[in-house]
Design a protein around this ligand. Structure first.
Ligand code: AMP
Ligand code: ZN
Length: 111
């Protein structure tokens, strides 16, 4: 997807603060963090939103979810963290490349 900012981040065309990368997945810090630690886990495959995910993406989505606790711990969130997937305009999604927000270490209500 040539006009997708997260695809451009994966391609290195837009800079990001990388947290993790493998052949399927990329993770990077959110540019507007709403907690002391706030990063996003995205697939390298362009999937617009959770509502666009298909059964063929099941293993990829599972891999992303299982990475969350590992990366959260590596980022210093030892006592727990929050996850968030905004889906669709009505769900507050602004970037239409599926992403899991992982955050914590800040305000106890907001994360
Ligand atoms: P959402 O509202 O769930 O679509 O979240 C999109 C997130 O992407 C927001 O929290 C933004 O702060 C974040 N974001 C947008 N552009 C960038 C960027 N270039 N680098 C890092 N995070 C970004
Ligand atoms: Zn994309």
């Amino acid at each position: 997807m040539s006009d997708c900012i997260f695809c451009k981040i994966i391609a290195g065309e837009i800079p990001s603060r990388k947290v993790y990368e493998d052949e399927d997945v990329y993770a990077f810090h959110d540019i507007h963090p709403f907690a002391r630690v706030h990063f996003m886990i995205i697939p390298k495959l362009h999937i617009a939103s959770l509502a666009d995910a298909q059964p063929a993406h099941q293993a990829l989505l599972g891999k992303m979810l299982l990475l969350a606790p590992r990366l959260a711990k590596e980022q210093g969130l030892d006592s727990g963290f929050k996850t968030l997937i905004n889906t669709g305009r009505g769900g507050g999604q602004e970037v239409f490349h599926i992403h899991i927000h992982v955050f914590g270490g800040g305000d106890p209500v907001r994360g």
